[in-house]
Every structure is written in C-alpha cells, then in structure tokens.
Design a protein around this ligand. Structure first.
Ligand code: GLV
Ligand code: MN
Ligand code: MN
Ligand code: MN
Length: 412
C-alpha cells in the first residue's frame, strides 16, 4: 500500500479562516483589492508562514511571490503551484486563496513527510488576478509569461488615479529585504487549485474536478461622450444625452449576445454616469464589457461586432471603444491531466472532467509550460459574492490530489 502525502485538513481550513480576516466584510466576505494594504498583509502572512518552516520567499518586478523548496537537482526548473490572494470588492474567502493555501499545504506536507523531489517545488501567489482594481487582470501571470508587457500593467490606473506602479512600490516597501528575481524563468509544470465557481461538481456530488480547458474572454471599455445640459430646459433636438446613447448600446449588445444555447457570457459590470446629478443631462458614460465564449470562432465573430453595434447606437453623441483584454480559449496539458488523474486514483477520490468558465492564471502559464487545474465544489456554485462557501473536506481532497500530482511531476 502506498503512503499518501499527509495533508492536514484542519490546518488548511484554519489558514483559510486566518487569511479571510484580512479585508473581512460584515457579511462573511472579503475585500482585498490587488496591491492594497490588505493585499500586502496577506502576502506578509503567507511569507511569515513560509519563513517559519524555513522556506525562502522571493518576489519579482510585478510583485509575484515565490516560495521555494529545493529539489535534489537544483539545475532543473521548478514544478509550481499557486493562484492569487487578491479578491473582488465583495469577494469570498476561497476564490484565489484556496489555490495558494492548497499549494502551501501540499508543500508543507511533502516537506514534513521527508519526500525528496528531483525538481524544486515552488508555491506562487500571482499579483492582481481579479482585475477589478487594475485592468486587465492576471497581471502577475501574464507579465511573468510575457503575454502582456510589464509596463502596460504598471501603467494601469485605478478609480482613484493611483497607478499600479505606485501601488506595487508601496507594497514592496513593506517587504524590504525580500530578494527580487528577474521577471519570468523556465517552469517545468504549473498546477492551480480553485473552487469551481459554478454548480457542476456540487450537483454531481463529486469532490474533485479535472479542468480540461478555459474559455476565451474579451474585455472592452466604452466611453460615451455627450454634453451636460439643463434637464428642465433643453429640448430633445438639442440634447446629447450620453446615458440615452449608452443604454441603447447595451440593449443592442444584449440582443447581439443572446444565444438559445446559453453559451455566450456577456456582462456589463461597471456603468458610470457623469456628473450623476438628477437635473443635469449626463455628459459622459463609461461602461465595461466582459464577453466570454468557449469557441475561438464565436469569440471573434461576436467580439468583432462590439465596435459597430456601439457606433450604430451613438445618436448625437460620440463613442470611444477600447479592447482592453483578449484571451483565446485554451486546453490544458495532457500529461499534467494524466498526472492529476493518477493522483486522484492514489487518493481514491472520484473526479469529473469539466471546462472552466472563469479565467485563471493557469491559462497564461499553459502558454509557456504544461499546466493544469483542479477544481473543488463550492456551495450552490456561488462566487464573486460574499456568500461564497466551500467544505473543509472538499478543500482537503483538492489539496491531496494537488500534493500527489506535484510529487509525480517533480519526480518525472
Ligand atoms: C476572474 O475572476 C475571472 O474569471 O474574471
Ligand atoms: Mn480566482
Ligand atoms: Mn475571481
Ligand atoms: Mn478568477
């Protein structure tokens, strides 16, 4: 009988609860924006746990955190696992944190069991996965792989006019003495654990999902310009009402994106009306589009129509359309999937194959190294919501599969 890597379910759960204290919200959720003070605190908590166990912690020019356990051959590239510690503004305790904490639990368990691996193993926390403060998201992973230039991420500005460059400098100033690596290096394989953020695993009663791939996404920023004018005196012929134009654009886009099969995902998540006074005609509206589809051809066909549809409904106003993010659908690596299946067999858990509707850092890693993802169920599939919840035993099952898969890959 093989001895399993001893994942400690209680310790893993306790660390989730400790992490969720940072940026805790009254309804049980978490608000830990990327590169905020809370994000800095979550990083230092993780770094403290790592240092207590004797692991070295390093960062890089986009602020990714790396925890290193040496392999027997330090010339080999690391096998890496992790996710992100930033959250949505009204996020939950598990989105992102689970992937980092499961990886850390796997590392600790492998270490304490005295298991030697040929490749080094690294835990990583990628910077700004969510993209809710600085757009686009996945800045740590996409800068690491070179998919998006570092400078582009550093120039991103939040709603208060703070650049990611300044926010990152403030975070790094709290971590004086932490060694800085150059951006990007060879990785043997990357694994990411995550809550499913959808209902399939819970509905099937299966504790572990093996993720086959990630659908594509395109983000747009739309700025509609009209003229501010008096609400009571300005006749229709003289109005350049940016809100009227914006709502007809959104209605037309909703019609464009409607599909009977319900495979298109279309969301206007931010909609800002200026100056926001009841008796002034809106002079400016800014809104965002998040559009996703599993097929590259549909992602292109529908996404390429956004510009024309917005222009067709601009009326007397003007509009600027900027595509801020474009990520093609991707399949995960067959060998990594095979290692995860073997790991699940060893652990003795049932698995379900499923695609990911959400974007994850693993999408970018898959472009430069063999990668894969492990999902665990979350309650009613709810995520990006304070009510997000998961069971300690499911988190532990995911971490067990991760640990065995890491050991397999790091010894191959
Ligand atoms: C990340 O949370 C995403 O899929 O947008
Ligand atoms: Mn996430
Ligand atoms: Mn998320
Ligand atoms: Mn995500």
């Amino acid at each position: 009988m093989t001895t399993l890597i001893p994942i400690d379910q209680g310790r893993l759960w306790k660390r989730h609860m400790a992490m969720a204290q940072i940026g805790a919200l009254p309804n049980g959720g978490v608000n830990r924006p990327a590169l905020s003070q809370g994000d800095a605190q979550s990083r230092s908590l993780l770094a403290r746990w790592a240092e207590e166990l004797g692991f070295s912690v390093e960062t890089d020019p986009i602020g990714n955190l790396f925890i290193h356990r040496p392999g027997t051959d330090e010339t080999l590239p690391p096998v890496m696992a992790g996710s992100h510690l930033d959250t949505q503004p009204t996020g939950g305790k598990f989105d992102g944190a689970f992937g980092v904490l499961a990886a850390f639990e796997a590392l600790q368990a492998i270490h304490e069991a005295g298991i030697a691996t040929r490749h080094p193993i690294e835990v990583v926390s990628w910077t700004n996965e969510e993209g809710s403060r600085f757009q686009p998201g996945c800045s740590g992973s996409s800068a690491f792989t070179g998919a998006v230039p570092l400078e582009q991420h550093l120039e991103a500005v939040d709603r208060d006019g703070i650049t990611a460059r300044d926010a990152l400098a403030a975070v790094l100033s709290t971590e004086r003495g932490m060694p800085m690596r150059p951006l990007g290096f060879p990785v043997a394989a990357f694994l990411e654990c995550h809550i499913e953020q959808g209902p399939k695993l819970e509905e099937a009663g299966v504790p572990v999902g093996i993720v086959t791939g990630i659908q594509g996404s395109r983000w747009f920023a739309i700025e509609v310009q009209g003229d501010e004018a008096h609400a009571g005196t300005t006749p229709r012929r003289n109005r350049r009402d940016a809100l009227s134009a914006a709502i007809s654009m959104v209605a037309a886009l909703e019609r464009l994106m409607f599909d009977e099969e319900d495979r298109v995902r279309f969301t206007v998540g931010r909609f800002e009306v200026s100056p926001g006074s009841p008796n002034t005609i809106p002079g400016r509206v800014f809104f965002t589009i998040d559009f996703r589809h599993p097929e590259a051809s549909t992602l292109k066909r529908l996404g390429d129509q956004v510009d024309a549809v917005c222009r067709a409904h601009v009326g007397p106003c003007s509009v600027t359309i900027t595509e801020t993010f474009h990520s093609l659908p991707a399949d995960f690596d067959a060998n990594v999937i095979a290692a995860m299946r073997k790991a699940a067999d060893l652990v003795g858990v049932r698995t379900l194959d499923l695609p990911s509707g959400a974007l994850h850092d693993a999408k970018f890693l898959q472009e430069v190294c063999p990668s894969g993802m492990i999902f665990v169920p979350c309650e009613k599939g709810i995520s990006h919501n304070e009510a997000e919840n998961a069971k300690p035993e499911d988190l532990a099952s995911g971490a067990r599969v991760l640990a065995e898969a890491l050991a397999i890959l790091a010894n191959s």
